[in-house]
Ligand binder design. Structure first.
Ligand code: SF4
Length: 339
């Protein structure tokens, strides 16, 4: 396994609890990455892999300021000459122009090169776009290498529904800013998205039979991933909730050296039969489930949720999964009318 890109999920705590969040981040989550852990993991990756980028997110990485953990990881990544050093933030912390500039200047002095703001109907249910605009303008003025906008769409960027309408309205309020790069993606139906959004989407009565294509930010094949995520609790994941090792019990070198998909109880099935293979396992265990799914990722998440207690070390962190015994439905009155 040759890793070119790593995501550090430094917390799953967040000021918001967006309906599409694959990690189910929110205000009631706890835990923060330790600086010594982060430095050890980064040093291992930089010494033995062609590491080109680190992206720090969560949860919201800028819940606290000053944030010594974030600052020291950025400084250390700079010392290690990792070319791209980024964060993804929802921008809630830009209470005014001066505050935004002060915080961004500090982060730039620590080595931040790339900053990405989440802007879409899901985030803007919690954070006014006017606040985020202040941040974006200041980031552009400070000359970061890249100021990105990450927007998630329900079903597809072209589909007509209330969330996509809200996303386009939010983007219309910032897209006149010169020097930003907007990336538009379809929301994957795992984590909180499966609990809150799938209910209102069209489902097929036939099981989706396509293969697993790892999430876009991990951008590769199960057989040979080029990117990994590491969370504050040491889980090394290839998709939210699919763990290939825990760095609190095993060195990163060993996890990466020993990675063989056909030995992993979940990835072996996904690589061979796609998410449909997980449904066969659930059938064999005689666990009842509703057979209607929106797409492959939705099927995959729901089957993993049912299997989580059978494979707690490989279907981790457990916070990515709603316990199999509960099915929570968040009230989305206007969404049901509009989809
Ligand atoms: S099929 Fe499963 S493992 Fe593959 S990208 Fe979708 S949710 Fe992730």
């Amino acid at each position: 396994m040759q890793i070119t890109s790593v995501d550090f999920l430094i917390t799953f705590r967040c000021n918001a609890s967006c309906k599409h969040c694959g990690y189910r981040a929110g205000p009631s989550n706890h835990g923060y990455m330790k600086v010594d852990d982060a430095k050890k993991w980064l040093s291992t990756l930089a010494s033995a892999h062609p590491l080109q980028s680190i992206t720090i997110h969560g949860g919201e990485p800028l819940l606290f300021f000053p944030n010594y953990c974030l600052e020291r990881i950025l400084r250390y990544a700079t010392e290690l000459n990792i070319p791209k050093r980024g964060i993804i933030t929802n921008g809630f912390w830009a209470t005014d122009k001066e505050t935004a500039r002060r915080k961004l200047t500090k982060l730039k002095s620590c080595g931040l090169t790339n900053i990405t703001f989440s802007v879409d109907g899901f985030h803007q249910e919690h954070i006014p776009i006017e606040t985020v605009r202040i941040c974006i303008e200041e980031a552009v003025a400070l000359g970061f290498t890249k100021v990105g906008i990450l927007s998630h769409y329900l079903i597809s960027p072209k589909a007509e529904n209330i969330y996509n309408k809200l996303t386009n309205q939010a983007l219309a309020k910032i897209e006149d800013i010169d020097g930003i790069q907007i990336a538009r993606y379809k929301t994957s139906l795992y984590g909180r998205a499966a609990e809150t959004l799938a209910e209102f989407m069209e489902k097929d009565s036939k099981l989706p039979s396509g293969p697993c294509r790892l999430s876009y930010w991990l951008g590769s094949e199960i057989q040979n991933p080029k990117a990994i995520e590491i969370d504050f609790d040491g889980h090394v994941t290839l998709c939210p909730g699919i763990c290939i090792g825990n760095l609190k019990t095993q060195p990163l070198t060993d996890v990466l050296r020993d990675y063989v998909p056909h030995k992993h109880p979940i990835l072996s099935i996904l690589a061979r039969d796609g998410p449909m293979g997980l449904a066969k396992v659930v059938d064999d265990l005689k666990i009842y489930y509703d057979h209607r799914f929106v797409d492959e990722c939705h099927l995959c998440y729901e089957m993993r949720r049912l299997l989580q207690r059978h494979f707690p070390l490989r279907l981790a962190p457990s916070s990515c999964y709603l316990p199999a015994t509960s099915r929570q439905t968040m009230p989305i009155p206007f969404l049901s009318r509009c989809l």
